[in-house]
Write a protein that binds this ligand. Structure first.
Ligand SMILES: [Fe+2]
Ligand SMILES: [Fe+2]
Length: 165
């Protein structure tokens, strides 16, 4: 039984949604050529995604790997490798953004190019979200309960706070 005062790991779906929203806001700004706003949202996306990935890699994935039977389509290796892929795609987006900022403008076809290039980042985020919703968060709920769950959440929040504050 879960403790009502300790949230389910399904709450992390909200973090995924907030990360996806930052990507959308970044693209909204790109489309209207608002480079400062596109930068602001990209920076937030990078911070949020890096913090979330670190909390999963360092706190949640080791427990998942140790205690949960291998899940079809959601092994620790798969999640770990997808995190690396997300980091690579994020880096590519950051590098592209720097090029446009150095030029001081982003022309219409460059906006289209950038949005198309970010398509892969969006797709991997979406696949990863579905994988974790289906088999990662529910299994974490099963195997981390009570006081331990409180401690684990606290560790995740500490990592999160070190990026956002
Ligand atoms: Fe996640
Ligand atoms: Fe993840």
């Amino acid at each position: 039984m879960g403790d009502a005062s300790t949230p389910s790991f399904v709450e992390l779906e909200r973090v995924h949604e907030a990360i996806m929203e930052e990507l959308q806001l970044h693209q909204d700004a790109l489309v209207v050529s608002d480079l400062p706003a596109a930068r602001r949202h990209l920076d937030r996306l990078v911070l949020m995604l890096k913090a979330h990935i670190r909390a999963e890699d360092e706190v949640l994935l080791p427990i998942f790997a140790e205690r949960v039977e291998p899940q079809v389509g959601c092994t620790p290796e798969l999640l770990f490798n997808e995190h690396r892929k997300l980091e690579r795609l994020l880096k590519k987006t950051q590098e592209r953004m720097l090029v446009f900022e150095a030029a001081g403008e982003i022309r219409p076809r460059e906006r289209v190019y950038m949005i198309e290039e970010e398509r892969m980042l969006k797709e991997v985020l979406d696949h990863h979200d579905r994988r974790e919703r289906a088999a990662f968060f529910p299994n974490l709920d099963q195997c981390i309960q009570g006081e331990e769950r409180q401690r684990v959440w606290e560790q995740c929040r500490l990592i999160q706070g070190s990026y956002i504050d």
